[in-house]
Design a protein around this ligand. Structure first.
Ligand SMILES: [Zn+2]
Ligand SMILES: [Zn+2]
Ligand SMILES: [Zn+2]
Ligand SMILES: [Zn+2]
Length: 181
C-alpha cells in the first residue's frame, strides 16, 4: 500500500508535501493545489507569471493572454476613452502618448504592454491620443495641427481687434493733432 494524496477526492500516489504528482505540480506552478484559474477564460494562471502582482491590481485573477487582450481597454476606460485632442473614440485608433516625452526610449526599454500597465498607475504621465493626432503632434514639433489651427484663428482675431484699437487711437490723436495746429 502506498500513501495517497491529501487533496479531497484524489487517490493519486504521494509524491511530496503530502501531494500527488499532479497536485504537487499545481502547488509549485500555480501557488495552490487546485490551481488558480483565469476568471475570463478558465486557463491556469502561473504563480510566477510576468509581473503578476501588478497585473492583479489592474485586472484581478486574469491569465496573461486575457491580460494582454484587455489591458488597453481597461486603461482607456480609466482615462476617458477618447482622444484628448479631437475626441476620436474608436479603440483601434487610440494610442497612449507620453505627455512629457521619452516615449520612444521607454518603448524600447519596457515595451508597449508595460507602458499601458504603467499608465494605469501613473495616469498623469500619459495622455490618450488617436493615431492621427499622435502623428500630427510628432511631425509638428509637439503640437497637433488641430490645436495650431485654433491658435491661428485666435491670433488673427486678436490682430483684428488690435488693429481696430489702433484705428480708434489714430483717429482720436489725429483729431487732437488737427485741433492743436
Ligand atoms: Zn492529488
Ligand atoms: Zn484568461
Ligand atoms: Zn485625435
Ligand atoms: Zn489633434
Amino acid at each position: 500500500m502506498f500513501k495517497i494524496c491529501s487533496v479531497d477526492g484524489c487517490d493519486g500516489k504521494l509524491r511530496s508535501l503530502g501531494l500527488c504528482e499532479k497536485h504537487y505540480y499545481h502547488h509549485n506552478r500555480y501557488g495552490s493545489v487546485k490551481g488558480n484559474r483565469c476568471v475570463y477564460c478558465d486557463a491556469f494562471i502561473t504563480k510566477k507569471g510576468e509581473y503578476l502582482k501588478l497585473r492583479n491590481k489592474i485586472i484581478p485573477n486574469c491569465c496573461w493572454t486575457c491580460y494582454t487582450k484587455n489591458i488597453k481597454s481597461v486603461v482607456l476606460k480609466k482615462s476617458g476613452n477618447k482622444c484628448i485632442c479631437c475626441g476620436e473614440k474608436t479603440t483601434q485608433f487610440l494610442q497612449i502618448d507620453h505627455k512629457f516625452g521619452g516615449g520612444v526610449k521607454e518603448q524600447k526599454e519596457i515595451g508597449t504592454l508595460r507602458i499601458w500597465g504603467d499608465a494605469f498607475f501613473n495616469p498623469k504621465k500619459y495622455q490618450i491620443l488617436c493615431a492621427n493626432c499622435n502623428l500630427g503632434r510628432e511631425l509638428n514639433g509637439g503640437k497637433c495641427p488641430h490645436k495650431q489651427k485654433i491658435k491661428t484663428k485666435f491670433s488673427k482675431r486678436l490682430t483684428k481687434e488690435r488693429y481696430k484699437k489702433m484705428e480708434v487711437w489714430i483717429k482720436k490723436n489725429f483729431v487732437k493733432l488737427v485741433i492743436q495746429h
